[in-house]
Design a protein around this ligand. Structure first.
Ligand code: ADP
Length: 166
């Protein structure tokens, strides 16, 4: 397995500046990051369709050139890692609240695939409280989320909620 190639899995509904910060940090450790968007064709969920999420991630990671690619996956993460030949899983850590869930998931993944290593990167403190869920909640209530998401994502969110950009 290639340890210089990593996957960064998540829902990315939508991608935030916190995610982008983690991608930038991951590229100081590995050569290539595949942003892997989890989706379920039978049971679509979330605000943006997976195709829209892919398109936004592609647009806002353009600055990283061919060191970042975007893909969708469903099913077991470690199987997907094997399929694309990635030996590393990147996860971001915000507050302590992330820890319990990440710890459980990493332990399970390690049992399933001991040859795939999970690497945790800490978010910039500016993004400690940035999450896709909170961003959607705040903009839905008419609040200002600029600074938490890239400009393009802010436009897409504003369209979705049919409101004026604040
Ligand atoms: P999930 O649905 O698994 O929570 P997300 O799309 O929310 O997936 O996030 C993917 C990964 O990015 C997770 O490891 C999550 O902890 C991390 N992440 C999300 N937001 C931030 C942030 N603001 N700073 C650092 N890491 C983050």
């Amino acid at each position: 397995m290639n340890g210089r190639k990593a996957i960064y899995p998540g829902s990315f509904d939508p991608i935030t500046n916190g995610h982008l910060d983690i991608i930038g940090r991951a590229l100081t450790v590995v050569e290539h990051v595949v942003v892997a968007i989890a989706y379920n064709e039978q049971k679509p969920s979330g605000l943006f369709a997976s195709e829209e999420r892919v398109e936004m991630v592609e647009a806002v990671t353009e600055e990283f050139g061919d060191r970042v690619s975007v893909d969708r996956f469903h099913g077991l993460l470690v199987e997907y890692a094997r399929k694309v030949g990635a030996g590393t899983i990147i996860r971001g850590l915000r507050a302590v609240a992330d820890f319990e869930y990440e710890f459980q998931m990493t332990t399970m993944n390690r049992h399933l695939a001991p040859d795939v290593e999970t690497v945790f990167l800490m978010a910039d403190e500016a993004y400690f409280y940035t999450s896709s869920r909170l961003v959607k909640e705040v903009i839905g209530l008419g609040g200002d989320v600029s600074g938490h998401v890239p400009e393009l994502v802010l436009e897409r969110l504003t369209e979705k909620f049919g409101g004026q950009k604040k």
